[in-house]
Design a protein around this ligand. Structure first.
Ligand code: ZN
Length: 251
């Protein structure tokens, strides 16, 4: 079986892309920045200790605002994936905006890498998005939920599926006024481990999704370490980047 640890390095882009009024909301922006200053180094240290390569989906704006942080990801041998430019949701963007998101995101990452994979912001995409990915030569997408194994889309793109329940954001990210609550760290780890047990039985691949400002807080980073240790103790699992998975499935 194979495991992919994936990280969406949204930082400030998600908030500013949603509403420029967030420029005035310094607390929200500071939490986003924490992902770069504290979360990301912690995550990279954990992956390094365990000899694991991850896939980091980086919006173009994040790459422009935090070049050193994104360069470290690349220099340590992890995969960089495309995650829009201002993290605009495809379903709320015009076709021209969608094209701009794809092209500016590619330009921002170009000094480091040409990503072969895409993950749509907030996991919404439209038929236009799929056409744009095809036109720009992407190999795979990781935004849809139509299976729990990689599958092929009608336009030939490989889909490496995700699920909200395996994403740290809905469990552990709290936003003022949204009315949600935090899942306890132990309950979230239990969710991950139950999915892992199910995947061992099925002999299939799993994608776990995380955000540096969420999983990168001290006590939560321990969850990531406990997950990795539990997986290594239980099974001979292959920790693969999404690029590795795409190459394996296509070959
Ligand atoms: Zn995102």
């Amino acid at each position: 079986m194979a495991i992919s640890l994936t990280f969406d390095v949204d930082a400030e882009s998600g908030w500013l892309g949603e509403d420029p009024a967030y420029e005035q909301r310094l607390s929200t922006l500071s939490e986003a920045r924490y992902g770069i200053t504290r979360g990301l180094p912690r995550i990279l240290d954990i992956l390094d200790r365990h000899g694991i390569k991850g896939t980091f989906y980086v919006p173009g704006y994040t790459a422009e605002l935090h070049p050193e942080a994104i360069k470290r990801i690349h220099d340590e041998g992890h995969e960089l994936g495309h995650h829009g430019h201002m993290h605009l949701r495809s379903d709320t963007a015009t076709e021209a905006q969608q094209r701009e998101e794809i092209e500016r995101g590619l330009e921002a990452l170009a000094p480091l890498a040409t990503p072969t994979g895409y993950r749509s912001p907030s996991w919404e995409l439209t038929p236009t998005t799929l056409q744009l990915l095809h036109d720009h030569g992407f190999t795979y997408d990781s935004s849809l939920m139509g299976d729990d194994r990689p599958y092929t889309l009608d336009n030939g793109l490989l889909e490496i599926p995700v699920h909200w329940s395996l994403d740290d954001w809905p469990h552990l990210h709290w936003k003022a006024g949204r009315g949600d609550a935090f899942t306890s760290p132990q309950a979230f780890l239990d969710t991950w481990l139950r999915e892992f047990e199910s995947a061992v039985r099925d002999r299939r691949h799993i994608t776990f999704t995380m955000h540096p400002e969420v999983i990168g807080r001290g006590y939560r980073a321990q969850l990531l370490e406990e997950l990795i240790t539990a997986i290594k103790d239980r099974a001979d699992a292959w920790f693969a980047t999404h690029g590795d998975v795409a190459a394996f499935v296509v070959s």
